[in-house]
Design a protein around this ligand. Structure first.
Ligand SMILES: [Zn+2]
Ligand SMILES: [Zn+2]
Ligand SMILES: [Zn+2]
Length: 251
């Protein structure tokens, strides 16, 4: 089964306008260093995780039908591309009630009537929709309702942390539900963790070691993080993957 990291960047993307850091300068010159905003696609169930503001660019290259949309949380970089889904019929949205209501509002505001369905998920329980899904909460201030997912499709389990502070390292429940998954996609926003908000490099690696997934990919990488090559050097001995845009992962 294949999973595609459509966007590997964080909220401002790389390059960020007017920024002259090493990552932004290089990304302007060489497009392979660009990072669009975080998004994932799971072709097996036609599922998009997080309709990012770069969704039009993602869909243009992906060229696949979207039937399900999971939303980790209702921050701009994870939900603002929702109106780009206008070309698809019969989409089902899955997230905590808070994000689902914002998704519905964006649809009504920009698109009017659609045959889309909104399925609010309570945190910390399994749902069975033909595939299984578990939505666990994360600490990600200032938003109150943010979370990650474990999605089980046949024998394959995929965990996506969403945006999370380093508090996830002490969240026994989240670690337990992610433990041993076939693929963990974890955020690694900055060089250093921001308590209550984002994971830095060291804590993202600590999380990966606790979860012991069969494959581990780091994404949601800020322009202010290390370069792609430096990050690859740091995780090389562990066998982890640093996502670029459109990284294909086979599980
Ligand atoms: Zn984000
Ligand atoms: Zn920059
Ligand atoms: Zn966020």
């Amino acid at each position: 089964m294949r999973v595609i990291i459509l966007g590997s960047g964080s909220y401002s993307g790389t390059p960020r306008p007017l920024c002259n850091c090493e990552n932004c300068v290089r990304a302007r010159k060489y497009p392979q260093y660009m990072r669009t905003r975080f998004s994932v696609f799971i072709p097996e169930i036609k599922a998009l995780v997080d309709p990012s503001p770069d969704l039009h660019y993602h869909l243009k290259h992906l060229n696949m039908d979207v039937k399900k949309v999971f939303i980790t949380h209702a921050h701009f970089d994870h939900i603002a591309g929702l109106p780009e889904l206008q070309i698809f019929r019969g989409i089902k949205f899955y997230s905590h009630e808070y994000a689902v209501n914002i998704a519905k509002h964006l649809q009504e505001l920009f698109l009017g009537g659609r045959d889309w369905k909104y399925i609010p998920l309570e945190f910390n329980r399994w749902y069975d929709f033909g595939f299984r899904v578990y939505h666990f909460p994360t600490v990600h201030q200032p938003i109150e309702f943010a979370g990650g997912f474990v999605i089980e499709i046949g024998k394959n389990r995929i965990a996506i942390t969403g945006d999370t502070g380093p508090e996830i390292l002490n969240d026994e429940n989240a670690i337990e539900v992610m433990r041993g998954v076939d693929l963990l996609i974890a955020e690694m926003t900055r060089k250093q963790s921001i308590p209550g908000t984002h994971l830095g490099v060291e804590d993202a690696i600590k999380l990966a070691q606790k979860v012991e997934a069969k494959k581990i990919v780091f994404a949601h990488i800020s322009h202010s993080n290390y370069t792609q090559e430096k990050l690859e050097d740091i995780v090389r001995d562990y066998g982890y993957i640093i996502a670029r845009d459109f990284t294909y992962v086979e599980i």
